[in-house]
Design a protein around this ligand. Sequence first.
Ligand code: NAP
Length: 356
Amino acid sequence: MSDSRIPVAILGATGAVGQTFIRLLAGHPWFRVAEVAASERSAGKSYRDATRWIEGEMPADVAALLVTNCDTTSVKSPVVFSALDAAAAGEREPAFATDGRVVLSNAKNYRMDDDVPLVIPEVNASHLDILATQRARRGWSGAIVTNANCASTTAVVAMAPLHERFGVRQLFLTTMQAVSGGGYPGVPSLDILGNVVPYIGDEEPKLEREMQKMLGTFTGSAIEYAPFAVSAHANRVPVENGHTMCLTLGFETKPTVEQALAALREWRGAEIVRGLPSAPDVPLRVRDELDRPQPRRDVMDGKGMTTSVGRVRADNILHLRLVAMSHNTIRGAAGGSILNAEVLVKQGVIARSARS
Ligand code: NAP
């Protein structure tokens, strides 16, 4: 029987995020991994031989694929999930968009461009409408859609219901980020076991600029940033998966703890996401236990797509504090990208009949 699913390519398929794409796409009802691409070090080898597989069993159909170079001649699929390093994404992603492909990028290069949507669809699916401007301005028949830095993603999902009702104006953020956030092989074991590293290269600037865009408003022609200031501390901790973070928030309208909890509990996110194959039943779960969320216990909630929030309480300096946690390579990277692609299928930007 022929496979009617949309063929997709993974760029950077051998890395931590690339592997997560492959795990999450195994058996996907709409998408089929048709191509895997990586650096010249890997090109020409079978995926099995090129990849140091991190978790579970490598899907047999993907194991047998030949890894190609990341160029528009070698890669034919109409939908391209990019898990490339920033150094490699810069020229390659626009080349695919110029060539008519829809690129779903995890790299930082284009996230902050005016005409590039930076999307967590439950929060800001409406920002995808900027693609019309992107295509007109750049002359692309394809498109680039980005998802955020993984730690920004955790914080934004936790803040979205509060921002909608009370207007975030200040945020102090301290992250405790998992080692898988640094890619494979990541931080050397002797630097991280039994240790905390209070620095992650370029992380704090990303945290201080991306969230205002995601929580901003699409005006019909541009994305107007949300008006709040962020002060971020980024730390690497010896946790495998799941970024945990402490947020202290000031609002335009100060909520009571009960009002904040009600907003968090009632939030379901944008309607268009509900029922999509990768959408969790609940995008945000409030934990009532005093010592949750914890990455070991909560990271796979909603198959890694649910963000957990807890310890919501009043603050002595600003208004409110809380703890948030989500899976960095699933919700914060590959799973988020796949959900963005599912929304684009629902909107007709990615044709269901697309063939390579
Ligand atoms: P990674 O484990 O280091 O993987 C990097 C991938 O890029 C590998 O497949 C590598 O292929 C490929 N690559 C490197 N240089 C290349 C080149 N010159 N040409 C073609 N391919 C090249 O990194 P990662 O953690 O998966 O991150 C991938 C991207 O996602 C980065 O932009 C990162 O910032 C972003 N991101 C990561 C996370 C996370 O939690 N890890 C979350 C959000 C976003 P080879 O194996 O052949 O070298």
